[in-house]
Design a protein around this ligand. Structure first.
Ligand code: G1P
Length: 284
């Protein structure tokens, strides 16, 4: 049974250690890609996909993420008095009731972070977006997944092929039959060594999940790295509910890594007509 996906969970409590010292006092989700913070891209993608409620799972030191989506009253008033256009701020303001935050008090893993949102999610399907994975596509990655969900229902993870030696960085799919852009998921393993990986089809940071995954997460079982893994809870739904991995038409930038972050700035800068000519001239 399909049901409109109205809510999206953004696990944003992580420490961002791969980008230190930049992330020492600033959430990694607030790092800028061209002219807006990483979180803005994920929120825009969710809104485009029809998401009505944004659920941020935050932690200590992450208050600026919530402030960012608030109204900047003094700024807007001053800009208004000076006759400056407020358009650049438009998408950064959440509507009343659009943004809900819950806290993850201890860094116990991605599965635990998602579980922290269970009361807000209730009994309906929901999306999860990991803002580190910046997805550039038209329509956006989540919109493409919502379209796939309308056909397939059940649970859907976004997936892409990775190099064999990279399987230990991802959740990896044990694949069944493929039809179009969707592959049946027969199993999921979190961060397997290349030698034991069931494939090179890796889960990337976009999910559409049924609420029963919350019951599985309630067990608080730990897996790879001693953390409560979303992958393990999802794996327990296979066979009980339909489960597909969908390849979307979008480019992924891993902005939790230095190279991915710089690449994203280059790619999006080159796609911005205001600054592309200068970038092309200087970058050669
Ligand atoms: C998480 C998930 C992993 C997934 C990855 C996508 O890992 O646990 O299954 O493949 O995100 O980015 P992390 O990158 O948080 O270690």
């Amino acid at each position: 049974m399909t049901h409109k996906v109205r809510k999206a969970v953004f696990p944003v409590a992580g420490l961002g250690t791969r980008l230190l010292p930049a992330t020492k006092t600033m959430p990694k989700e607030m790092l800028t890609i061209v002219d807006r913070p990483l979180i803005q891209y994920a929120v825009d993608e969710a809104r485009e996909a029809g998401i009505e409620q944004l659920v941020f799972v935050t932690g200590r030191g992450k208050a600026s993420l919530v402030d960012y989506f608030d109204m900047a009253y003094e700024l807007e008033r001053t800009m208004g008095e000076k006759g400056k256009a407020l358009d650049p701020l438009a998408s950064s303001r959440a509507g009343y009731g659009e943004l809900v935050t819950v806290r993850q008090q201890q860094p116990l893993g991605l599965g635990h972070a998602v579980w922290c949102a269970r009361e807000v999610i209730g009994e309906e399907p929901f999306a999860v977006l990991l803002p580190d994975d910046l997805m550039v596509g038209k329509p956006g990655a989540l919109k493409q997944m919502v379209d796939a969900y309308a056909r397939l229902g059940g649970n859907i993870v976004c997936a892409e092929e990775v190099a064999a030696e990279a399987t230990a960085s991802y959740g990896i799919v044990d694949p069944g039959a493929t039809e179009g852009n969707a592959t049946e998921v027969k199993g999921l393993v979190e961060k397997p060594d290349p030698a034991s990986a069931p494939s090179r089809l890796a889960v990337i940071g976009r999910y559409i999940l049924q609420p029963q995954v919350m019951e599985e997460l309630s067990a608080h079982e730990t897996g790879a790295g001693g953390e409560i893994q979303l992958t393990d809870a999802m794996a327990r739904l296979i066979g009980r509910q339909s489960f597909h991995a969908v390849k979307v038409d979008a480019t992924r930038y891993d902005c939790g890594s230095k190279a991915g972050f710089v690449l994203a700035n280059c790619a999006l800068g080159l796609a911005d007509p205001d600054i592309a000519p200068l970038l092309r001239e200087r970058l050669g």
